[in-house]
Write a protein that binds this ligand. Structure first.
Ligand SMILES: O=C(O)C(=O)Cc1ccccc1
Length: 309
């Protein structure tokens, strides 16, 4: 049976993403305490895949995931799942809202309920936890003096632990969506669907004027749209960054292959983090001058030139 690790414990949004992608009936789901733990199990060959959060429509990239994928033994994204996010504030039965002094949750959840907290619990202290469900679990398990009085979590995490809901729908943006990725060890490439994404991490050769432009023009001249661009410190020295990028297209698309060749020339390193079907399923718009056929025609023309002269 296929085994998947995920950011647990039970009741996380990550578990919802994994359930949506691979229902637990047909696969083993193994909860992990952190993104790093899930990826370590995967790298060690103890699980076949790992579901981890990568990006949120309100708070942006999940640094722990981006950094863990950018270094270490190579891993690749093989699928993405979008999950709409709804938060509740939950506490042990009998705790009134007015007595909540400290709130435990995941940093991305806290960032998404800041406005509600400011209006309703302006003096509440934030206590970070490794996931929203870990906050709910910790609250239920704690003895006499809990580190926090309430948890921001999914409704299912509150009910799993017999917590009472003090407020629901507390997210500042009702349309918030989090993007999760299923990561695997490099192996079979997901098939090309025409609605694909490719994830890359680019390391610059050196710091110079127009350096980022030089990387991005590799996409632009080949008609490739980017759907995410983030700079992350390489952790080597102050001011040293790599770029974590999602583009539209599959590594088997000619225009993507050509862009990768260009990047390989101008970058110190290019880390390929996979090509996989985009969750939205909408076919990538390709201009007539960047289709596979256009690249093949141009290559045939050059081949002829070289053999004729
Ligand atoms: O903590 C969770 O439940 C997670 O799955 C990570 C997360 C946290 C906040 C928003 C989306 C995902």
């Amino acid at each position: 049976m296929t085994t998947y690790a995920y950011l647990g414990p039970e009741g996380t949004f990550t578990q919802m993403a994994l359930d949506a992608w691979a229902p637990a009936r047909g696969a083993e789901h193994r909860p992990c305490g952190s993104v790093d733990q899930a990826l370590t199990l995967l790298r060690a060959g103890e699980v076949d895949g790992a579901m981890v959060p990568i990006e949120n429509s309100v708070e942006g990239g999940v640094s722990a995931t981006l950094d863990a994928l950018a270094s270490g033994d190579p891993l690749v994204v093989v699928a993405e799942v979008l999950v709409p996010i709804t938060f509740v504030l939950a506490a042990r039965p009998g705790m009134p809202l007015g007595q909540v002094r400290a709130v435990g949750t995941h940093s991305h959840a806290w960032a998404q309920v800041r406005g509600w907290m400011e209006s309703n619990l302006p003096d509440a202290v934030y206590v970070p936890t490794l996931s929203t469900a870990a906050a709910a679990e910790g609250l239920a398990a704690q003895g006499g003096s809990p580190a926090y009085d309430a948890a921001v979590c999914a409704p299912v995490a509150a009910s799993n632990h017999g917590l009472e809901i003090l407020a629901e729908g507390i997210g500042d943006n009702a349309a918030a969506v989090t993007r999760f990725v299923l990561v695997a060890r490099p192996g079979d490439l997901p098939e090309r669907t025409g609605a694909d994404k490719t994830t890359l991490v680019l390391f610059q050769r050196d710091d110079h004027a127009g350096g980022l432009l030089e990387l991005l023009e590799q996409f632009s001249v080949r008609g490739i749209n980017m759907s995410r661009l983030e700079s992350r410190p390489t952790k080597e020295s102050m001011g040293s960054y790599c770029f974590s990028i999602d583009i539209e297209g599959h590594v088997l698309d000619e225009r993507v292959g050509e862009a990768l060749l260009g990047l390989k020339r101008v970058c110190a390193d290019v880390r390929f983090l996979g090509s996989y079907p985009a969750a939205h399923g909408t076919a990538v718009q390709v201009s007539p001058v960047t289709t596979d056929a256009a690249f093949a025609d141009a290559r045939a023309w050059l081949r002829d030139l070289r053999t004729l002269t």
